[in-house]
Ligand binder design. Structure first.
Ligand code: FE2
Ligand code: FE2
Length: 159
């Protein structure tokens, strides 16, 4: 997990996460902070083991840590965060020693994490699934006003 631990102290990572925190200071709905990124990583890793998907642990954690990196830009400028995350994520992954092939798979999963197409890779589908499962809608006081339809909200603990 050496390369993943480099991500968590990368200046660009810290800068964007700080901007996420600032932009969500008064947010009542789900946040896009480090606990969320780790929830996604751990749930994806559990599913990866349970379903025998064989995605490398470092890829899972790297994609999860970076998937909502630029959410603040969506809050403040309306930029789709799955798109805006790609550029800083590329720089961070290069600096942390991931290869071109690894980076391509991770960036693809980040880019598709909001709605992977039917033919998305198992890795991209894994990130999407873990992201959705990470939210505790069943304990949320804002669920009535959430932009997730009621039938898409998590009503029970799965992971
Ligand atoms: Fe997201
Ligand atoms: Fe997310």
């Amino acid at each position: 997990m050496e390369r993943v631990n480099k991500i968590k102290t990368h200046p660009l990572f810290l800068q964007h996460m700080a901007q996420n925190t600032m932009s969500e200071e008064n947010r009542q709905f789900c946040k896009h902070d480090l606990p969320h990124a780790l929830d996604v990583a751990r749930i994806a890793y559990i599913i990866n083991l349970e379903d025998g998907l064989d995605s490398p642990k470092e890829h899972i954690y790297a994609a999860a840590l970076l998937h909502d990196l630029t959410k603040w830009q969506q809050h403040t400028q309306g930029v789709p965060h799955n798109e805006s995350a790609v550029e800083p994520a590329l720089q961070i992954l290069l600096d942390c020693g991931f290869s071109d092939t690894e980076i391509a798979a991770i960036l693809n999963a980040i880019f598709q994490h909001r709605s992977p197409p039917e033919d998305a890779t198992p890795f991209a589908k894994l990130l999407f699934r873990a992201d959705k499962l990470s939210r505790a809608c069943y304990a949320c006081t804002m669920s009535a006003d959430c932009n997730w339809d009621r039938d898409k909200q998590n009503q029970s603990i799965s992971y």
